[in-house]
Design a protein around this ligand. Structure first.
Ligand SMILES: Nc1ncnc2c1ncn2[C@@H]1O[C@H](COP(=O)(O)OP(=O)(O)O)[C@@H](O)[C@H]1O
Ligand SMILES: NC(=O)OP(=O)(O)O
Length: 312
């Protein structure tokens, strides 16, 4: 019997936001992935990168301004995305490999540095909303603006940089990812939404943007014909009236219900809505699939319908 295929999208809780956090979080996430492998699943992993890519971009650009004339050159956002995929993939590969070996299982696991095609006319290029990097003070935010970067206030937390988040249109390395999945290997790909690229003749040019990892997870799940799209985040369930006194956590939604709630504005624009949008585009593209939104701790119960929010 063919193995079931799951795309697991790791948010900040499952990945951490800096190196020490990442080391701890990845160890726990790797055990979860090993559980799924042991239970007979094929697993494709996608991960967040907004804190990491912001840190890399700041580091690269500050390095250059502090060492002017020494031959260092600033790294554009697309290159920073590639760097984030590299070091996050490195941690995930080793974490998953070791979690499996401790159970006496050897299975190849690799990271595919993934480029994702975006539309140069995507409206997000005129309206940056994707928050990246650390929280800053007002004075630090002013300094960022003076360098030509965009910032936004995050109530109660400070200021953050924002960049464009164009929609993912196609996964350039999809044939490689499919080949590895078909060979029953574990693949980390489309990290941080993928490196955003635009086609110019035979060339792919990096775009100054960061793609929503939830949206690319939905696209990947469609492209590899997954059975389940599981988005791991920091809330156990999706709610109606989120954060209000009359909050209602949901264990199930139909596609139609999810669409209705999205229209009512029930989901945070840059947080829960992309997860719902990813789930809907995946579910609408095929039959017998399900999308699950939950925490890492509840993932195994959720896949058995006993926790989380399942959209079917
Ligand atoms: N309707 C909703 N139900 C549950 N959580 C919601 C809802 N709307 C917005 N959210 C927010 O979505 C957040 C999870 O998304 P996000 O912050 O992007 O996390 P991640 O890094 O895991 O992708 C939750 O912490 C919560 O604040
Ligand atoms: N690229 C991306 O969506 O990252 P976050 O999940 O960290 O925002």
């Amino acid at each position: 019997m063919a193995k079931k295929r799951i795309v697991m999208a790791l948010g900040h809780d499952a990945l951490g936001t800096n190196l020490p956090e990442q080391k701890k979080a990845v160890a726990a996430t790797a055990k979860l992935i090993a559980d799924f492998i042991q239970n007979g699943w094929q697993v494709a992993v996608v991960h967040s990168n907004a804190p990491q890519v912001g840190m890399i971009h700041t580091a690269m650009n500050e390095l250059c301004s502090n060492h002017e004339g020494e031959g260092y050159t600033p790294a554009p956002m697309s290159v920073c995305s590639a760097m984030s995929q590299g070091y996050i993939g490195y941690d995930l590969q080793n974490g998953i490999r070791s979690a499996l070996l401790k159970r006496g299982i050897y299975k190849p696991v690799s990271t595919v540095l993934t480029q994702v095609m975006v539309d140069p006319y995507d409206e997000s290029f005129y309206n940056p909303v994707k928050k990246i990097g650390r929280y800053m003070t007002r004075a630090e935010a002013d300094a960022e603006e003076a360098k030509g970067n965009y910032v936004t206030e995050v109530p109660g937390k400070g200021w953050q940089r924002i960049v464009s988040a164009p929609k993912p249109v196609g996964i350039v390395e999809i044939d490689t990812i499919r080949t590895l999945m078909d060979a029953d290997q574990i693949v980390v790909s489309c990290g941080g939404g993928g490196i955003p690229v635009m086609e110019q003749g035979c060339e792919l040019r990096g775009a100054s943007a960061v793609i929503e990892k939830d949206l690319v997870s939905g696209l990947l799940a469609k492209e590899i014909d997954a059975d389940v799209l599981m988005i791991l985040t920091d809330v156990e369930q999706v709610s109606l009236n989120y954060g209000k006194a009359d909050e209602i956590p949901l264990s199930h939604m139909t596609v139609e219900e999810a669409e209705k709630y999205a229209e009512e504005g029930q989901f945070g624009t840059s947080s829960m809505l992309p997860k719902i949008d990813a789930a809907l585009s995946f579910l609408k593209a095929g039959k017998g699939r399900s999308a699950i939104i939950t925490t890492m701790v509840k993932a195994e119960e959720a896949v058995n319908g006993k926790a989380g929010t399942t959209i079917e």
